[in-house]
Design a protein around this ligand. Structure first.
Ligand code: NAD
Length: 247
């Protein structure tokens, strides 16, 4: 078990990549705080994971609201006693020609995907400092490394996450807090529900491996970065993209 005795907070933990990671973290011996806005799915997942032992709890959070983010970390501390791992994963998509994009939509995507990552890191770091260290994994994207049409706020937010990861890694390395990012290619999760089959087939053709990724394939990379196997890894952006950015 790679995460025995660890406590992890997972934002966006009720669905997709976050849900898969919550399941795998519990298999690897961790206790998890599933933090999300999707209360029904999150509560159901925590209930399912708690069948044998109390290993999970659900907390409502909007990652753009600092008071709620602080509450999320406080709940982890009061229920499980510490925070060893933050999987900073909540995110939303956006698809629109930039010249037609309402400014409110730009602000919303940046608020969730970038401000939210900063706020959760800020409050988790304070808890990790008291605990002698920790590991933060941010979910960036291939679109933090390359551009794509009609996704300006998403691409800008994920580019921000890539370099925020480096900045925090440098700042907290001496305090034994490692900060890394996973950068998935296109992964089959509810985030892609808005795409039609033609678009999905086009996306498949952009991945040399010839298919979209699975949430568990990202979760395995997250487990590596969270665990002591990655004890000398900080400031890294681990691409999990089927070769998308290698071409
Ligand atoms: N699916 C992909 O192709 C893909 C590719 C690269 C990166 N990502 C990133 O992976 C992460 C997870 O996405 P996913 O594909 O699992 O999507 P998903 O929609 O299945 O899960 C995202 C979760 O985040 C939650 N969320 C959204 N806004 C929130 C907020 N303000 N506060 C708290 N929770 C909020 C949602 O309720 C949902 O449960 C996102 O950051 C996304 O940008 C996804």
């Amino acid at each position: 078990m790679k995460l025995a005795g660890k406590v992890a907070v997972i934002t966006g933990g009720a669905s997709g990549i976050g849900e898969s990671t919550a399941r795998l973290m519990v298999e690897e011996g961790a206790k998890v705080v599933i933090a999300d806005m999707s209360d029904e799915l999150g509560t159901q997942l925590a209930h399912e994971l708690n069948q044998a032992n109390k290993v999970a709890t659900y907390v409502h959070v909007d990652v753009t609201n600092e008071t709620e983010v602080q509450h999320m970390i406080n709940e982890a501390l009061s229920i499980f006693g510490k925070v060893d791992i933050l999987f900073n994963n909540a995110g939303i998509g956006s698809l629109s020609p930039s010249a037609e994009l309402p400014y409110e939509e730009w602000r919303k995507v940046i608020a969730v995907n970038l401000d939210g990552v900063f706020l959760a890191a800020k409050h988790a770091i304070a808890a990790m400092q008291k605990n002698g260290g920790g590991s933060i994994i941010n979910t960036a994207s291939i679109l933090g490394h390359v551009g794509q049409a009609q996704t300006a706020p998403y691409t800008a937010s994920k580019g921000g996450v890539v370099n925020l990861t480096r900045a925090l890694a440098v700042e907290y390395a001496k305090e034994n807090i490692r900060v890394n990012a996973v950068c998935p290619g296109y992964i089959e999760t509810p985030l892609l529900n808005q795409l039609d089959d033609e678009m999905k087939n086009h996306l498949i053709s952009l991945h040399p491996i010839g298919r979209l990724g699975r949430a568990e394939e990202v979760a395995k990379a997250v487990i590596f970065l969270a665990s002591d196997d990655a004890s000398f890894v900080t400031g890294a952006n681990l691409l999990v993209d089927g070769g998308y950015t290698a071409q």
